[in-house]
Ligand binder design. Structure first.
Ligand code: ADP
Ligand code: MG
Length: 273
């Protein structure tokens, strides 16, 4: 901890503060996120450590880079040191767009989505074994100073789940939960695809595909798999892609590989080179 100087608070996570820090050795500005594991069982703690170790291995331009972790036994806290994403998160961005009814240009949506798919491709198709995100949502997608998209907050939410200090206030409505998750079936990479489809929908429609005021009616809507068409300003290709991803049958959903082969994505990837 002595290697870092605290610059200020960025926000409050579900399990503790998120602060901006400076690494003393080279002046690099980073973020540290504290998580209190005091109320976790031995098994859950081991799982948390295992998850953090996986996250440390993920090195990709579209994934929030993890630098270090510090365990403070006395405080029963783990500090995760990671890349600072100056542009904040997509959740905040979408809230602003919603308020101003300011629709995002379709080209921008495809560009953001392409980067999310590249990040998911890195996770799902790793030679060392696949990693599932498990909590894809606007608040877990960050922007750096150059407006590059960075996927963050892997799996930790799942490990920490019940342990949240602010469980009642902080756990939002699970708008992007897939039908198989509702039915407590196994979470698989196609569940990430469902959530990514919901995210893609919300970036265009400025609202999630399934909305309700309570968990039960949300679950019913999700299991029906039916949602309103995107605003007409958005193309049939975008609509069709969302319909394929947000399909109640996981087998029918495209894989990351299938999505990368779509002209809207592959052409954008060629342009970047
Ligand atoms: P939790 O998922 O535990 O609720 P968050 O990751 O959402 O916590 O963090 C809380 C706040 O900190 C949010 O406003 C988020 O945008 C911000 N934040 C989290 N990680 C970073 C990061 N790497 N760079 C910049 N801001 C971040
Ligand atoms: Mg988060």
């Amino acid at each position: 901890m002595d290697n870092y100087e605290i610059l200020g608070q960025i926000g409050k996570g579900s399990f503790g503060l998120v602060q901006k820090v400076k690494r003393k050795s080279d002046g690099k500005v980073l973020v540290w996120k504290e998580m209190n594991y005091g109320r976790m069982s031995e098994r859950e703690k081991q799982q948390l450590v295992a998850e953090v170790n996986i996250i440390r291995e993920l090195k990709h331009p579209n994934i929030v880079r993890y630098y270090d972790r510090i365990i403070e036994k006395k405080e029963t806290k783990i500090f995760i040191i990671m890349e600072f994403c100056e542009g904040g998160d997509v959740g905040t961005l979408l809230k602003k767009c919603k308020k101003e009814k300011d629709y995002i240009a379709e080209d921008v949506i495809w560009k953001i989505f392409t980067q999310i798919i590249l990040a998911l491709n890195e996770c799902h198709n790793r030679p060392q074994g696949k990693i599932l995100h498990r909590d894809l949502k606007p608040a877990n997608i960050f922007l750096d100073a150059q407006n590059n998209i960075k996927l963050g907050d892997f799996g930790l939410s799942r490990v920490m789940g019940e342990q949240s200090e602010f469980a009642d206030t902080h756990v939002g409505t699970p708008y992007y939960m897939s039908p198989e998750q509702i039915q407590e079936k196994k979470y698989n990479e196609k569940s990430d695809i469902w959530s990514a489809g919901c995210l893609l929908y919300e970036m265009a429609a400025l609202k999630p595909p399934f909305e309700a005021t309570n968990h039960l009616s949300l679950a019913i809507k999700i299991k029906s798999g039916k949602f309103e068409r995107l605003p007409l300003r958005y193309s049939e290709e975008l609509q069709k892609l969302i319909e394929s991803m947000v399909h109640i049958d996981p087998e029918k959903r495209p894989s990351v590989q299938n999505i990368l082969e779509l002209p809207q994505i592959s052409l954008r990837l060629k342009e970047r080179k």
